[in-house]
Ligand binder design. Structure first.
Ligand code: AHR
Length: 511
């Protein structure tokens, strides 16, 4: 047993935006067809065509934002194929999906998903095979309140009220599958699309705030990602500036090297390698934030403008993140992969990074929600299992809207990682503390000092007998959170035992 002491203090940091817990679904593998969407006529229990055993637990997570239709799929998606009657069947070759799809899941179904789960929609525009006109018409279809041919089409398709889509991704990974563009190529295309996007009025007469999201760099290319952001802002800073609000960085924790390493079969070296790989995202966030600020600083003051021109700002989003194991490339359903305790621990560490950097990072979407990569749900025929990763999201919900607390941890290190990594936030007199035990084989005893009188509200730990354990259709509840209440000591501090390789969230009432 190792001993770790953790002390929390007063609120120091920013409010943890709920948007850091957002989701991403794409027409890839069985994420949508056969996964989330089975259609109303399916014998699989469904709510309006959405698989019930996904929709209900997904709604319970209250995903703040869901991004759709891709990813790379967005680069060839024509939104009109997915609305109304007589939808064309297409061949989906995205990442080896390689099958026909009937377009029964389109814009109206996506908006319904958002309504049923309480999520805000993020639509990604097609900049590769689509046109500016098509993008504008999609926005008109979604958001126009006044009667026009396009808004009447939306009404015919069931939605009287506009969808008020605010988040528009203008391109996806344009440096690769999205067009193999240079920052300069992309900047000029971005200028055209962003300038053409229409304005909308909301029912209260105010104008609909819209967020235009630049395609950000490949977070896994240390040199290219620096040049991408630097050169893109340099190109956007020339002459007049287009509207821009956010930039979408993608970062995957690649685990495709050692052949013997499998999601459910790895050794100590594989455990620490993947955990450390996930933590690299923090330095990428800091680097990209710096580059964004430097980039914005080059924007010239507009000349003789009639309108007051506020200082330009640009938020950092992460539209795709997660572990990407080599088995994803071999999977029958494209990019399907299992999720073990190792993935749950990396998800917890990643969310901790996002929370810690909440003043620099505004939104992050897990890639992807169902049956693809770092999934929350895995389906197999009629069965759906919730992955350990799902439970991390559920356990971390109390941090949403909380203020980061100062925290010091005195933890021994193993293989270069603190045995326990912790983060705490406070909201409405409730302090939530996560304790991630990264140690491969030794449990840790944590002595926790909240620095203020407190009562225990709850304590849960996600762990399993073996770190390679996953939930499967035969054993769907192998890895689930279980109650783990800390002991209150006579000196007012708390003590809790963390199993090796585990995620715990403790909540305390302090007022
Ligand atoms: O999430 C899977 C794929 O990874 C997305 O389609 C693409 O944007 C990224 O390369």
């Amino acid at each position: 047993m190792k001993t770790v002491s953790v002390k929390t203090g007063s609120p120091t940091g920013p409010v943890i935006s709920p948007a850091l817990h957002s989701q991403f679904i794409e027409h890839l593998g069985s994420c949508i067809y056969g996964g989330l969407w089975v259609g109303k006529e399916s014998r699989i229990p469904n709510i309006e065509g959405f698989r019930k055993d996904i929709l209900e637990p997904l709604a319970a997570l209250c995903p703040p934002v869901i991004r759709w239709p891709g990813g790379c799929f967005a680069d060839t998606y024509h939104w009109r194929d997915g609305v109304g009657e007589n939808r064309p069947v297409i061949f989906n070759g995205n990442f080896g999906t390689n099958r026909t799809e009937d377009n029964s899941f389109g814009t109206d179904e996506f908006m319904r998903l958002c309504a049923l789960t309480g999520a805000k929609p993020w639509l990604n525009l097609n900049l590769l095979s689509g046109s500016v006109q098509e993008a504008v018409e999609w926005a008109e279809y979604c958001n126009r309140a006044e009667s026009t041919a396009l808004s009447d089409l939306r009404r015919e398709n069931g939605s009287e009220a506009p969808y008020d889509v605010q988040l528009w991704g203008i391109g996806n990974e344009v440096w690769a599958g999205g067009g193999n563009m240079t920052p300069e190529d992309y900047a000029s295309l971005y200028r055209r699309f962003s300038s053409a996007m229409p304005h909308f009025t909301q029912s209260d007469g105010s104008s609909l705030p819209q967020t235009f999201i630049l395609s950000g760099p490949d977070g896994n290319k240390p040199k290219e990602r620096v040049s991408w952001t630097r050169d893109l802002f340099a190109a956007l800073a020339r002459y007049r500036q287009p509207k821009l609000d956010a930039i979408d960085l993608h970062f995957y924790n690649w685990n495709v090297g050692p052949e013997a390493d499998e999601v459910d079969a790895f050794d100590r070296e594989g455990w620490y390698r993947v955990l450390k790989g996930a933590l690299e995202i923090e330095s990428v966030i800091l680097e990209q934030d710096r580059l964004i600020q430097e980039g914005l600083a080059q924007f010239p003051q507009p000349e003789g403008s009639f309108f007051p021109s506020p200082k330009p700002t640009c938020k950092l989003y992460i539209g795709e993140w997660g572990n990407w194991h080599q088995s994803a490339f071999r999977a029958e359903s494209a990019l399907w992969q299992q999720c073990s305790m190792r993935d749950a621990v990396t998800s917890a560490l990643t969310l901790d990074v996002f929370h810690r950097q909440a003043d620099k990072l505004s939104l992050a979407c897990c890639a992807q929600t169902v049956n693809v990569l770092n999934a929350l749900f895995l389906t197999d025929g009629d069965t759906t299992i919730l992955t350990p990763h799902y439970y991390v999201y559920r356990m971390y919900m109390p941090h949403r809207g909380g203020k980061l607390l100062s925290l010091t941890a005195d933890s021994p290190e193993t293989d270069g990682l603190p045995a326990v990594m912790a983060l705490a936030s406070e909201k409405d007199g409730v302090v939530s503390v996560n304790l991630v035990c990264t140690d491969y084989d030794t449990p840790c005893q944590v002595e926790l000092d909240l620095g203020t009188p407190a009562e225990i509200l709850s304590g849960e730990t996600l762990s399993s007998r073996s770190l390679t354990d996953c939930n499967t259709p035969d054993d769907p509840f192998r890895v689930i959170p279980r109650e783990n209440l800390p002991q209150k000591r006579t000196d007012g501090r708390f003590s809790v035992i963390l199993p090796a390789g585990s995620v715990s969230v403790l909540r305390f009432k302090t007022k």
